[in-house]
Design a protein around this ligand. Structure first.
Ligand code: SF4
Length: 196
C-alpha cells in the first residue's frame, strides 16, 4: 500500500540496529507546523500515513498531529519504540509497538504496562538480531499469552544480522503464529536510500 512516512526527530533510545540514526538527535530535521505537515500529507494523497521517528511520542506535539491526520481520509499508523506510554494515542490510530529484544541493547526500556493497553488494530513488533533474540521473543510471547490477544505479532530480521532463511526455518519449526516482516524498501531501493 502506498504510504507517506512522517518521521519525527528525536529518540531517547540507542538500539544497536538503528537504521535511522539521523533521526535520533532532537535538533535534527526541519521545524514544521502541524498544519504544514498535514497539508503536505494531504497533497501526497496516499491511503496510509505512518508517523514514526526517532521516537514520535517523545515530542509533545505528536498527539495533536495524530488527531489532525485522523481528520484526513485514510489510515493513520504510529510506530513507537514501546518505551513510552501509548494510552493517550487517539483511538483511530493503529499503533505498531516495538518490544525491544536483548541484542537491541534496549531491552530494559520496554514499558510492559503498554501490553495492557493494546487494542484491535494494533501490532507488536520484534526486531531480531539472532537465535538468542528469537528464543527470547518466542518465550516472551508465550509468557505474556500474546497469541490470545488477537494482535498481529511481527518478527523482523535486523538488516545483515539475521538471515530471512534462518528466521523462516525457526518460525516453521516452532509453528509460531507470527508474521515475518521484510524491509521491503531496502530490497527495492537499497539499504542506504532515504526518503523513498
Ligand atoms: S527506537 Fe527506533 S529510532 Fe530510536 S534508536 Fe531504536 S531503532 Fe532507532
Amino acid at each position: 500500500m502506498r504510504c507517506t512516512f512522517v518521521r519525527l526527530a528525536g529518540c531517547p533510545l540507542e538500539c544497536s540496529y538503528c537504521d535511522t540514526p539521523q533521526a535520533i538527535p532532537f535538533d535534527s530535521g526541519d521545524v514544521m507546523s502541524i498544519d504544514a505537515v498535514v497539508e503536505h500529507v494531504r497533497k501526497l494523497g496516499n491511503p496510509l500515513v505512518l508517523v514514526t521517528g526517532g521516537e514520535p511520542l517523545a515530542q509533545r506535539a505528536c498527539m495533536p498531529l495524530l488527531e489532525s491526520l485522523c481528520r484526513l481520509d485514510g489510515i493513520v499508523q504510529l510506530e513507537t519504540s514501546g518505551a513510552l506510554p501509548i494510552e493517550a494515542v487517539p483511538a483511530d490510530v493503529r499503533r505498531i509497538v516495538d518490544i525491544k529484544t536483548p541484542d537491541s541493547g534496549e531491552c530494559g526500556s520496554n514499558r510492559l504496562s503498554n501490553l495492557a493497553n493494546l487494542r484491535s488494530g494494533d501490532e507488536l513488533k520484534f526486531v531480531l538480531c539472532g537465535r538468542a533474540d528469537y528464543e527470547w521473543s518466542r518465550d516472551f510471547i508465550r509468557r505474556h499469552r500474546l497469541t490470545d490477544r488477537n494482535i498481529p505479532l511481527l518478527f523482523s530480521a535486523a538488516w545483515q544480522r539475521l538471515s530471512l532463511r534462518d528466521l523462516s526455518v525457526w518460525i516453521i519449526e516452532d509453528r509460531l503464529p507470527v508474521r515475518m516482516q521484510v524491509q521491503l524498501h531496502k530490497i527495492i531501493w537499497g539499504a542506504e536510500a532515504t526518503g523513498v
